[in-house]
Design a protein around this ligand. Structure first.
Ligand SMILES: [Cu+2]
Length: 130
């Protein structure tokens, strides 16, 4: 156990020296169009990839809702997705977006949204990435 902790410490030190210290951003998705659905997404830099984990509350059981990262903000969203996420089935989804820097997604230029499974034009939740 002690050896494991020392190993983890050494790994952290090595990552810090390499300048690839992991960083994470949390995005809160609020309900839209009276969906009653809200959620939390965490975006984590892992090397040259960003891993997006999304957990939604209030999705009906068994429903797979499409989710994306879109350019724009929730208030003014570009309807064309920039990065598709895997569908939020039973409320959770994890997607690895390759060759993206988390820093490029910050600054209020992108938002994460979730769509109604039956009618994509209806947004059920959205959160600005900042
Ligand atoms: Cu979308």
């Amino acid at each position: 156990m002690k050896r494991l902790a020392l190993g983890a410490l050494a790994l952290c030190g090595a990552l810090a020296l390499l300048g690839v210290a992991p960083s994470t951003v949390t995005v809160h998705l609020t309900a839209q169009n009276n969906s009653g659905q809200s959620g939390t997404a965490t975006l984590t830099q892992q090397g040259s990839d960003v891993v997006v984990s999304l957990t939604m509350m209030g999705i009906p059981g068994g429903v797979a809702e499409p989710a994306h990262i879109h350019p724009g903000t929730c208030a003014k969203l570009n309807p064309a997705p920039k990065y598709p996420l895997t569908n939020a089935t039973n409320g959770t989804t994890t997607t690895t977006i390759h060759n993206v820097m988390l820093s490029s997604l910050l600054g209020g230029n992108y938002a994460i949204n979730v769509h109604n499974a039956k009618n994509l034009s209806i947004y059920v939740a959205c959160g600005d990435i900042k």
